[in-house]
Ligand binder design. Sequence first.
Ligand code: 5BU
Length: 271
Amino acid sequence: MQAEVVWGDRWSENSLTMAHTYMEVACRKKSLVCLAADRSTMAELNQLIDEVGPHIAALKTHVDLVDDWSAEAWTAFCSKANSADLLVFEDRKFADIGGISRKQMSGIYDIRSWADLVTAHLISGPDIVDGLQAGWNDVGRQGGVLLLAQMSSRGNLLVPDYTGKVVSVGKNHAGVFGFIGNGSRPEELKVLRKAVGPGKLIWTPGVNLAVGDGEMGQRYGSPREAILAGSDCIIVGSGIHKAQNPSHKAQAYADASWSAFVERSQSRNAV
Ligand code: 5BU
């Protein structure tokens, strides 16, 4: 079925090209899974694409945690991701003023040249989104910004009042692809979805088939619950890359996310 039909309001009310690109990839793959590829070597990262590429829609990176990073190896890794029909999402969590964020899109990692999506805090004000968009524009590329409206880790300081302010600014900004919500707490997610409305996407870390507490304050909720509460993409890291058989696990997350999404689309109670 066509992406615009399946995604409904999410498609018609979001004008950002990258948002439509994601919705199309998710339909082709029948997966609302973004793999958090938190492995430390280029060989391990490349192996992950080979193992799970067909079951995921996007690959989330932390470019600064790779031990043997080189510009050439990274370029090859990103083109491998693109050939596997994956969006590349650098979880950089930019937070500086607009002009500096624009410069931080270049530098040694040159994020603007390969990332389709980046994360940002809105703590410094709305110009950060313009700065990041200008970064992509500087190299003739398009991308999307995911603003951190909530986090999954315990004790984080993104309290409801702050979340509300991020959403009210971000939902009206054309350069905003969507928001990061807390996948470990469906009740919080429902509140977030209500505030965001039907247009912008919500992506959620803190998701695992084994619900409960993770390492160092991470918390986990179920994939199905997250999607039914209004998430449009579950971000899964160790649940896949630390599994005995990452390919099988990725398939299980894809199936859980897609069946919940179909259920949500069909019920039309989805907000
Ligand atoms: P995990 O292994 O599934 O716990 O990995 C989660 C990933 O999502 C990891 O790369 C974090 O940097 C990222 N993350 C998160 O866990 N929680 C958040 O609130 C945000 C990002 Br924002």
